[in-house]
Design a protein around this ligand. Structure first.
Ligand code: ZN
Ligand code: ZN
Length: 344
């Protein structure tokens, strides 16, 4: 629903005019979809920590003004030329994966997730902090009926990142999986891990989130401030996987000794500091450290369907588009419970 009427043919947009500048709410022409693109009437867009890359200009080569947003849920309103499999009126989402080139070595191997010229919505082109958005068909994920727009939006980045990482982690049902961090990513990671049949240990700093973590499906909660979390995990035989969601390299480093034989530290929380690990820590027990980023739009569809099927839902705080600056500040503060979502 449009909360503030825009003049006919124009729309409201929350844009960043340059690196580090404040959000501006401006009116722009409603864009036309070009060849191979669709225009989406945006209904909701999640505010992700990675939107800071656009806001602060820390991603190389961004052209401004730029509209952030890669957790977009909406309805197709117009098809560009050459678009055949998508229909006007269809509910779709756009996540981090904003389109592959189809020609690089990774794409030729079918590994679109690691496309060397991957387009990212809200970075390579304008994202979802606006009433209407144009997106290439390679970026579209169908949204199932059982999810609302505000529920689907955060699943298109935070959701897919945790779900896709877990399902490719090699952990089997019944295995001990630790989820480090009970926040924007972690609160979804706990739910996905629980619904995937793992025994889930949530690891957080301080006792605050213990009750919530158990409600979300954790079998146990480890307070890494009060105890040595790695030792606690070893008492349980060691974790097969530790899904590291909180962007703290120090906290991740401290957990490596909590891995069991052949255990894997799976890094999805983005930090710029180095993780500290000795070769001995990795050699003993044949442990590995792996990073994981997001997934393709089909992975997003799998995520959405799994969430629909199992009841995994993001916890959200919503803000109208006009309050994009406030919504972004709330997300950056780290106090949101847990995903901030803009509604149009
Ligand atoms: Zn994101
Ligand atoms: Zn490619």
């Amino acid at each position: 629903m449009v909360t503030t009427a825009a003049a006919a043919g124009t729309m409201k947009v929350a844009q960043v005019s340059g690196p580090g500048s404040d959000f501006q709410i401006v009116e722009r022409e409603i864009p036309k979809p070009a060849l191979g693109q669709v225009r989406i009437k945006v209904q909701a867009c999640g505010v992700c920590h990675s939107d800071a890359l656009t806001k602060e200009g820390t991603w190389p080569g961004i052209q401004y003004p730029r509209v952030p947003g890669h957790e977009v849920a909406g309805v197709i309103e117009e098809l560009g030329d050459g678009v055949s499999v998508w229909e006007v009126g269809q509910r779709v989402g756009v996540g981090w994966h904003g389109g592959q080139d189809g020609t690089c070595l990774s794409c030729r191997r079918g590994d679109f997730r690691n496309c060397q010229h991957l387009k990212i919505s809200g970075i390579s082109y304008d994202g979802g902090y606006q009433q209407y958005m144009v997106a290439p068909v390679e970026a579209l994920a169908a949204i199932p009926e059982g999810l609302t727009d505000v529920e689907a939006a955060p699943l298109l980045c935070a959701g897919i990142t945790t779900f896709n990482a877990l399902r490719h982690s090699g952990a089997l049902p019944g295995d001990l999986v630790a989820v480090q961090g009970v926040g924007g990513l972690g609160h979804l990671g706990i739910q996905f891990a629980n619904k995937s049949g793992y025994k889930v240990a949530a690891v957080g700093r301080g006792p605050e989130n213990a009750t919530l973590a158990k409600k979300l499906g954790a079998s146990l909660y480890i307070d890494s401030k009060a105890t040595n979390a790695a030792e606690e995990l070893q008492k349980l035989g060691g974790a097969q996987v530790i899904l590291a969601t909180a962007p703290s390299s120090k906290a991740m480093s401290e957990l490596i000794d909590g891995l069991g034989p052949n255990g894997k530290l799976l890094v999805v929380g983005a930090d710029f500091d180095p993780i500290e690990v000795t070769p001995i820590q990795l050699i003993t027990g044949s442990r590995t450290i792996q990073g994981w980023s997001s997934g393709t739009p089909v992975d997003a569809e799998d995520t959405l369907r799994f969430a629909e099927l199992t009841g995994v839902r993001p916890m959200i705080e919503t803000y109208p588009l006009e309050k994009a600056a406030e919504a972004y500040a709330r997300m950056i503060s780290g106090d949101a419970q847990f995903r901030v979502v803009l509604t149009m």
